[in-house]
Ligand binder design. Sequence first.
Ligand code: HPA
Length: 270
Amino acid sequence: MLEQIRQATTYIRGLSPLVPEAGIILGSGLGNLAAEITDRTEIPYGDIPHFPPATVEGHSGKLILGRLGGRPIVAMAGRYHYYEGHSMQQVTFPVRVMKALGIRTLLVSNAAGGMNRQFRVGDLMIITDHINLQPEHPLRGRNIDELGPRFPDMSEPYAKSLVAKAKDIAAAKGISLHTGVYVGVQGPTFETRAEYKFMHAIGGDAVGMSTVPEVIVAIHSGLQVFAMSVITDLGIRDEDNVITHEEVLVAAKAAEPHLTYIFSELVRQL
Ligand code: HPA
């Protein structure tokens, strides 16, 4: 693993001398933030040693090094999901590489199903905590001490200081936000009605198929983490509901400008 990280990092440094301060993972339908990045170098995942190719619709699959709000960043346009068949080590490999490139902060976005009855489609939720219901763990196996500790503390994976900053940024711009707990599941099925109810009962406000593995590895690596969900569908509501991937992408697109604004401002203020 250390050698694979080294090879990927060396390849990327050969194409861009930029040393990023922050990494940004862009979720389903949320890739437009990439358009705001200046002085950019784009690297298709397929070109980077040990990066698996991305497969899902709405995920274009490239690493972008450049500047956002004047600050050097690296962004992932497209991410890896466990349900695609990748191992958890593969899903989180880019986080290891971004850390090796120099980032100290990781910003993560995703599309998620709402379970909190206050939520509406298109709302934004800052993730303040998570519940990991994914069936595999990215840190299972021999611990590589150079990368992080065997038993990482997870009492506060989402940096309170960044949550507070994001709230201030949103309030100053009149953007309304929720905070809540994200439940990470495997997918690729959306949840049954009983499953949404169960996840709400155990303390979840939103559910999605990503983010948790990357955040775990970011914490293992000693990174500061901020994450935000766009609520693209509602799992708990009175009328019947059928959820489609298309509807998720449409809702994500509509909410994207606010998410992009908050992420850009957060980076500027890091
Ligand atoms: N469930 C799981 N993942 C999701 C959902 C959902 O309702 N919406 C977007 N991603």
